[in-house]
Write a protein that binds this ligand. Structure first.
Ligand SMILES: NC(=O)c1ccc[n+]([C@@H]2O[C@H](COP(=O)([O-])OP(=O)(O)OC[C@H]3O[C@@H](n4cnc5c(N)ncnc54)[C@H](O)[C@@H]3O)[C@@H](O)[C@H]2O)c1
Length: 483
């Protein structure tokens, strides 16, 4: 494939825009990242990342000569490709709020022209019809200005995971491009060629996984591309809610959901990922994207009962955390409760729709004293809840000190190796430990003196699941199949 380095403008320099920008610069394109947030741009110009994302600061240095940051749209004039990566949060109705998208489109029109072909790419997650609407907005502004431009609009949904964003951008499973214009398709194929062919030199901060297969390129119509993103996120959210629903029944019948998940996950048709029961999903995407697809259904008088149920089950998991606390402590008012982890998942500082936010609010409303520890997300939580009296601590032991109960909310890797005995020594009363991610061995926690409560793990009382696995590990020095 003949290929050239392109001039790329990215509008919106958040988790998606910044990662896309540094990675496209890393594979040789000339990239300008635009944002209306002056503070963000100031930090980036100084070489600092405004978000916590592993590898991103290293790449900012490595790709510095190919990358620039600005609050001005003027650089869009030279761009071959303009990528829209602004936020599309939920409006109150659940509909995607497209006001940031439309504001950005209105700005970039001024820099579209007829001197060369330019592709406008929707990378933000947007409902079906948005590419068509983007084209309509651009055309009608051009018409009013009595100007013409040589452009096309394409859809290129993003599938990166926060915490692994750089990895997922360099080593994606697939790249989806929705376009009706062949020139637009070719331009984007050209932009992604080094990723599709894996011909770029892998950066030190993010080495190529051994045996990494070439990513698939899916070229399709724009509507299908827009649907692919919502269908993917809704499916993943539903898979988590499915195992959470099963976990509730496991508690009733005395089974261990971690054993059940292991047993079903080894079936290749099912797969073991997204089968971890616990306090449920959060983050900037699953909540808003499930709400938006349900809303799209409603626009067509089409109900989506499976996705609606997945949302309801997820909401119930957050309440289950509080119920478990009430069942064990009986009275929560006046107790000291410690939260281990705040971000919606490990390796990110992102708190959007994090279960911890709801749980903090419930606990404060119930009259508990709330302490918290998170390796990265505490400053964001302080900013989110400036009025709530949460005590932020320096480490897990300081957190446990004086707590009646500790709730593990985020599965940060360091929480998999908690000093449980020291934690128990510092706690008070019945020393309740609610494991919202089922990552702690119940037997080890109980031996350490904690009253362990997991999600869907009542089976451990019979001793079978966790004892069997520990026995297997001791005997063979290896993990059991599917662990
Ligand atoms: N975060 C993820 O994991 C993820 C993954 C896949 C897809 N997405 C989708 O990507 C989109 C962006 O998500 P994000 O998490 O990066 O959001 P974000 O809030 O981190 O970033 C959005 C950025 O856009 C900027 N912005 C808003 N209006 C602007 C304008 N008119 N001009 C220039 N900049 C503007 C904001 O200041 C902000 O920095 C969303 O649609 C989201 O659903 C996100």
């Amino acid at each position: 494939m003949s290929r050239k380095n392109l001039k790329v403008c990215i509008v919106g320099t958040g988790y998606v825009g910044l990662t896309t920008g540094v990675c496209l610069a890393g594979i040789g394109h000339d990239v300008v990242c635009i944002d209306i947030d002056e503070k963000k741009i100031r930090m980036l110009k100084a070489g600092q990342s405004p978000i916590y994302e592993p590898g991103i600061e290293d790449l900012l240095k490595v790709a510095a000569d190919k990358l620039s940051f600005t609050t001005q749209y003027t650089d869009c004039k030279d761009a071959d490709v303009i990528i829209l990566a602004v936020g599309t949060p939920s409006a109150k109705s659940g509909k995607a709020d497209l006001s940031y998208m439309e504001a950005a489109v209105t700005e970039i029109v001024n820099y579209l022209h007829g001197e060369k072909f330019q592709v406008v790419v929707n990378k933000s997650t947007v409902p079906v019809g948005t590419a068509q609407r983007t084209e309509m907005i651009i055309s009608s502004i051009l018409h009013k200005q009595n100007r013409q431009a040589n452009f096309a609009v394409a859809s290129n949904p993003e599938f990166l995971r926060e915490g692994l964003a750089v990895h997922d951008t360099f080593y994606p499973d697939r790249i989806v491009i929705g376009a009706k214009n062949t020139e637009a398709l070719n331009s984007l194929r050209n932009m992604y060629a080094p990723l599709l062919e894996q011909t770029f030199a892998a950066p030190k901060a993010c080495p190529r996984p051994e045996g990494f297969p070439l990513p698939a390129l899916i070229t399709t119509d724009v509507t299908s591309a827009e649907m692919i993103k919502y269908a993917a996120n809704s499916f993943l959210a539903t898979k988590i809610s499915y195992i959470n629903e099963i976990s509730g029944l496991c508690e009733k019948v005395g089974a261990d959901v971690t054993e059940v998940a292991r047993g079903i996950g080894l079936d290749k048709r099912i797969g073991s990922r997204f089968l971890q029961a616990g306090v449920g999903w959060g983050g900037s995407c699953f909540g808003k994207d499930t709400a938006a697809i349900i809303n799209t259904g409603l626009e067509y008088a089409y109900e989506m009962p499976i996705i609606s149920a997945a949302v309801a089950v997820n909401k119930r998991q957050r309440s289950r955390m509080i119920e478990k606390l009430q069942e064990s402590l009986k009275v929560v008012r006046g107790r000291t409760i410690g939260l281990l982890g705040l971000s919606f998942k490990p390796d990110t500082d992102d708190l959007r729709d994090a279960p911890a936010l709801d749980i903090i609010r419930y606990l404060v409303e119930m009259g508990a004293r709330v302490k918290a520890f998170d390796p990265i997300a505490m400053p964001n939580c302080k900013a989110y809840y400036p009025e709530l009296a949460v005590e932020y601590t320096d480490d897990v032991l300081q957190l446990a000190s004086g707590c009646d109960a500790v709730l593990l909310i985020t599965e940060w890797d360091e929480f998999r190796r908690l000093p449980l005995e020291q934690l128990a020594e510092r706690m008070t009363g019945s020393k309740v430990f609610v494991d919202g991610r089922n990552i702690v061995d119940p037997g080890v926690a109980q031996e350490a003196g904690l009253l362990y409560i997991g999600f869907g793990r009542s089976g451990y009382e019979s001793g079978w699941g966790y004892n069997w696995r520990r026995f297997h590990r001791q005997l063979t020095g290896k993990q059991a199949v599917g662990e």
